[in-house]
Design a protein around this ligand. Structure first.
Ligand SMILES: C[S@@+](CC[C@H](N)C(=O)[O-])C[C@H]1O[C@@H](n2cnc3c(N)ncnc32)[C@H](O)[C@@H]1O
Length: 319
């Protein structure tokens, strides 16, 4: 069966929104494209944590520095609340916020992530570190599924790590609208946004010398082999990432080193030499642009915290 077969040939396991379904649609499109959410299983989450520690990856270091400097102010602005974090990963930066909110102000913490096993491990380590904290992990795709939050007190949707950048601006609006609804009428949405900057810095951040980002990029191919029975030679694809200044985004690709066919179950996908599979777009904003995305869906920017070099912004929106 080819990706161009009609729907009647599509087995249930190939349903839209499943890994196989999205691979069939994405690799059957021109140009080929896949959602970055498929980087993340346990191995992908560990690789992402390693990226956060790289000297070239200013993103995590800068956002952490903003938090370290302003966390007391941020906690005061949130007040007593339940914190829901879509795409929580290892909740590394969040620990700082949760500790500063403390037992009096943090009513509960609900980390949400697509990498369920990694999420559970991270929740266990949080409980050990902060025994007073109620941690309720929710393994789900946050773009389609968020936990329903009930009980007294305000809900804060915390979305750090520049994950918002992985969505095209229209998708980002839809996502923020979902977060606004999840936060409720009195809710707040706190977002970490990577800002536009010298393209050389951006280029270095996504092309580290140790090749960790390349391994992270190829993790999606490894997952296709392990989980979907694909036969991909990982050495036959090269990591390629660049900044596209007109679109204001990093693009991450896997470029075919040769003319080849890859098989995913019964599906065949031809690649010509130099053809790419786009695995991630990471949009960079300025504060006004990010505020406009929020404003379009009824979120008003009420506070902003930036580092001295204006590389990254932590933005607080009110519903
Ligand atoms: C860029 S990392 C950020 C991790 C962490 N929040 C931070 O600030 O370092 C993105 C995280 O979101 C998760 N993720 C990506 N897409 C997702 C989706 N659609 N649904 C749920 N989790 C997702 C990944 O597993 C990963 O943990």
């Amino acid at each position: 069966m080819t990706p161009f077969d009609g729907p009647s040939a599509t087995p249930a396991s190939c349903a839209p929104g499943t890994f196989l379904g999205d691979v069939v649609v994405g690799l059957g499109s021109a140009p080929k494209r896949l959602s970055p959410k498929y980087f993340y299983d346990t191995a992908g989450s560990v690789l992402f944590d390693a990226i956060c520690d790289l000297p070239e990856y200013y993103v995590t270091r800068t956002e952490t520095a903003i938090l370290e400097r302003s966390v007391a102010e941020i906690a005061d602005a949130l007040g007593p609340c339940r914190v829901v974090e879509p795409g929580a990963g290892s909740s590394t930066k969040t620990r700082l916020l949760l500790r500063t909110l403390g037992p009096a102000r943090c009513l509960a913490y609900v980390p949400v992530d697509i990498a369920g096993e990694h999420l559970e491990r991270s929740a266990e380590s949080l409980r050990a570190e902060m025994p007073w904290l109620t941690v309720t992990p929710f393994a789900a795709d946050f773009s389609t599924d968020l936990p329903s939050i009930e009980g007294a007190g305000r809900t804060v949707v915390y979305f750090p790590g520049s994950t918002i950048g992985n969505f095209d601006p229209e998708e980002a609006k839809r996502l923020l609208a979902r977060f606004r609804r999840a936060a409720g009428p009195d809710g707040l949405v706190l977002v970490g946004v990577d800002l536009k900057k010298d393209p050389q810095l951006l280029h270095a951040a996504y092309n580290d010398a140790q090749g960790v980002t390349a391994a992270f990029n190829k993790n999606v191919l490894r997952r296709m082999n392990d989980e979907l029975g694909a036969d991909i030679d990982l050495d036959a694809f090269h990591h390629y990432a660049f900044y596209e200044p007109n679109e204001g985004r990093i693009e991450m690709h896997l470029v075919s080193a040769r003319s080849q066919e890859i098989h995913v179950g019964n599906h065949v996908f031809p690649f010509h030499e130099g053809e790419s599979l786009c695995t991630e777009r990471s949009y960079k904003y300025d504060v006004a642009g990010a505020a406009a995305v929020g404003q379009a869906v009824g979120l008003t920017l009420v506070r902003e915290w930036l580092d001295d070099d204006h590389r990254f912004a932590v933005l607080l929106f009110r519903a």
